[in-house]
Design a binder for this molecule. Structure first.
Ligand code: SF4
Length: 371
């Protein structure tokens, strides 16, 4: 008798998952956006799109993806590219470790996998920079594997659908969400199903003012029934970003300017910038600039003309950068914390791979040459 009841519950649950899946797929087939990477099923192109889409909006990604694919159309071309060329194609997208990892992964694929991506999530996860989300997305979209994905959009939909009133970033809650997503992905067209969840989160089940009347899941949604969709997902209080003050100097010598490159790993790794560094507590910007340049480039400067400030937000830091323009006559560059330097014509500086922060600083220091 108990066995019959358990069997009945399991059948009802499975029918409910089937119904949810069907509602999502039907909705997706009518409402999906025509995005360039959805027109092809090349695993390489899907992988690049998924790497770019992490933490980045679709509208921002489209032109980057198109340029990247035109420049590096396959694994072999990407593997053979110079690091500066890859970072240059990524410049402005942020989170540069994604580009460095793509490049490393392409080299591995070219060297050990005949230039082809593995067709399982486990195989994909062996590649540098490929985590559970990217592996699930590429395996399901490009290879039709029944693998789940949970990103911010999917988490929001699932939290509301199941009425989960706990922070989805907590490991136990995240594990539940992956289970719910895995249940849905274990059916026909897992790639479309995953994209349907992501698309629903992006277009309908939005963080503010979700369009519940237009949602295919409206009759099954716990948060809609309870009337508290907009208050979900629950967020734990975040530590506020650390405020950091720093200085950067455009150093001129005989009409050329000094650019320095960060080492390959770490924040903004491999990108070129103006030399400088963080200020010590209560240190005045000009004094800090002289100290940072002496310590990190070995150069002493004559004058330092303040050119203004740039503000930039990183995930855990909120940065205020004081920008100067300075002259130095002689002295050999001796780098500490950077791994290369170049003296360049001012116009050539903007051609190097650099972060948005450096572009902003260049616009202040050298308005005519920074583009
Ligand atoms: Fe989100 Fe509303 Fe749909 Fe529920 S009914 S999944 S809250 S859009």
């Amino acid at each position: 008798m108990v066995g019959c009841q358990v069997g009945g519950v399991a059948r009802r649950e499975s029918a409910s998952v089937d119904k949810t899946r069907k509602l999502l797929l039907d909705w997706y087939r009518v409402n999906r956006r025509d995005l360039p990477w959805r027109r092809i099923r090349d695993p390489y192109a899907v992988w690049i799109s998924e790497a770019m889409l992490q933490q980045t909006r679709v509208e921002t990604v489209i032109p980057y993806w198109e340029r990247f694919l035109a420049r590096f159309p396959d694994v072999a071309t990407l593997a053979a590219a110079q690091p500066d060329a890859v970072l240059g194609a990524w410049a402005g997208l942020g989170y540069y470790s994604r580009a460095r990892n793509l490049h490393r992964a392409a080299k591995e694929l070219a060297a050990h996998h005949g230039g082809r991506l593995p067709d399982t999530a486990e195989g994909l996860r062996e590649l540098p920079g490929v985590g559970r989300y990217t592996a699930g997305a590429v395996a399901s979209i490009a290879f039709d594997r029944p693998e789940p994905v949970v990103d911010g959009n999917v988490a929001r939909v699932l939290v509301r659908l199941h009425g989960i009133r706990e922070d989805p970033k907590r490991p136990a809650v995240a594990a539940r969400l992956w289970e719910h997503a895995a249940e849905l992905a274990r059916g026909p067209s897992p790639g479309d199903l995953n994209q349907a969840l992501m698309e629903l989160g992006a277009l309908v089940c939005t963080p503010r003012a979700p369009s519940c009347p237009a949602c295919p899941l409206r009759r099954r949604c716990a948060a809609r029934r309870a009337g508290d969709a907009e208050s979900l997902p629950v967020k734990s209080r975040k530590a506020s970003p650390r405020a950091v003050e720093a200085v950067a100097g455009l150093i001129l010598r005989r009409g050329r300017v000094l650019a320095v490159r960060r080492p390959p790993r770490g924040l903004l790794g491999g990108l070129w910038e103006l030399p400088g560094g963080e200020l010590a507590p209560r240190e005045r910007p000009e004094a800090g600039l002289r100290r940072a340049l002496r310590e990190r480039t070995g150069l002493a400067i004559a004058d330092a003309e303040p050119r203004g400030e740039v503000r930039h937000a990183f995930t855990h830091r909120s940065l205020r950068l004081h920008v100067f323009r300075c002259d130095t006559s002689e002295g050999r560059v001796q780098l500490v914390d950077f791994d290369a330097h170049r003296w360049l014509a001012p116009g050539a500086l903007a051609e190097l791979p650099q972060a948005t922060l450096t572009r902003k600083a260049l616009r202040l220091a050298l308005p005519s040459a920074s583009g």
